[in-house]
Design a binder for this molecule. Structure first.
Ligand code: B12
Ligand code: SF4
Ligand code: SF4
Length: 241
């Protein structure tokens, strides 16, 4: 019954336009900072949902975000918010409490924190690992994905986290225009952002420089995403006749 429900919910998420979906047991998220602090209390499961972005968008990025990336970023956020909304409503109609967490809403601009970290949820739901650039890296699409979360009390079968596959690679560190990535690996997740990044350098680059560029208007970058070898082929599977 639980496995059947899980397969059914996952298929609906894919039908709505997502490429990846996994389930995290919220017990694995103990200690994660949320706003409010008791956000997870009513929910035993968290659905992690990912939408990939066109790889050509990143190929066009050299040393700054492009206007097309700025637009695609908004499109992906809208799609994710819609998928999360419909998924939560579907679960609610089936009798389960469910809460869609916005794809890209910052609640505290001092600490740069949202209601919950989608990366932490996705990592515990088996979608990927936390790479040296602090992003969620998926085996198929790398970090060329955007994420959203649906919290629920539906008895879904949880997935298992994936092991880190960064190895000795330093491509993101070498590419970062702010010199922000330290190049330190982690087995599970970093204890704080500064362990992986010189966080203030990244924030300054994005908020003071890139967001002020013409037709950008948001704190985006894309350079450490482009640099990652995972997902460079956009998840394509070669068909050999
Ligand atoms: C605020 C914000 C920013 C801020 C601050 C960035 C930051 N690193 O926190 C700024 C504007 C600088 C920014 C920049 C970027 N962002 Co941003 N950002 C967010 C946002 C809205 C909130 C992040 C947040 O609350 N962070 C709080 C900290 C504490 O959480 P965290 O860094 O995610 O993880 C920490 C802990 O959670 C812990 N952790 C991880 N797993 C676990 C598990 C457990 C059990 C525990 C206890 C802890 C733990 O490890 C980390 C270190 O403390 C999220 C959306 C969301 N709701 O998640 C997008 C998000 C993280 N951003 C995203 C992206 C892509 C970017 C950029 C590449 C910009 C761009 N779009 O081109 C850069 C990347 C910078 C970088 N290398 O990290 C994507 C990441 C997708 C992915 N594949 O990973 C997200 C998820 C948006 C989305 N909907 O997809 N971002
Ligand atoms: S988002 Fe840009 S500035 Fe921040 S770590 Fe990645 S490459 Fe560096
Ligand atoms: S570029 Fe290399 S080190 Fe950076 S996240 Fe990707 S695999 Fe990991």
């Amino acid at each position: 019954m639980t496995d059947e429900l899980t397969a059914d919910v996952k298929q609906q998420v894919i039908n709505r336009g997502a490429a990846l979906v996994g389930v995290a047991d919220t017990a694995r998220l103990a200690g994660l900072k949320t706003i409010p602090v008791d956000l997870l209390k009513p929910f035993s499961r968290a659905l992690a949902i990912a939408v990939p972005l066109p790889t050509a968008v990143f190929e066009a990025i050299e040393d700054r975000p492009t206007p097309i990336y700025a637009s695609i970023y908004q499109t992906a956020n809208r799609l994710l918010d819609e998928i999360a909304f419909k998924t939560a409503m579907g679960l609610q109609q089936a009798g389960y409490q469910s809460l869609p967490v916005p794809a890209s809403q910052v609640l505290d601009r001092e600490t740069w924190q949202a209601a919950i970290s989608h990366k932490a949820v996705a990592r515990m739901a088996g979608l990927g690992w936390q790479g040296k650039n602090l992003l969620l890296i998926t085996p198929r699409y790398g970090s060329r994905v955007r994420l959203v979360t649906v919290l629920t009390d539906a008895p879904l079968t949880p997935d298992e986290p994936l092991a880190n596959r960064c190895g000795k690679c330093t491509a993101c560190r070498d590419a970062c225009p702010a010199g922000a990535i330290r190049g330190v690996n982690t087995h599970s997740h970093y204890q704080n952002r500064n362990e992986a990044l010189d966080f203030s350098r990244c924030v300054a680059k994005l908020t003071e420089e890139f967001a002020a560029l013409p037709h950008i208007g948001a704190p985006i970058c894309g350079i450490c995403i482009k640099a990652c070898p995972y997902g460079r082929k956009g998840g394509a599977t070669l068909i050999v006749a």
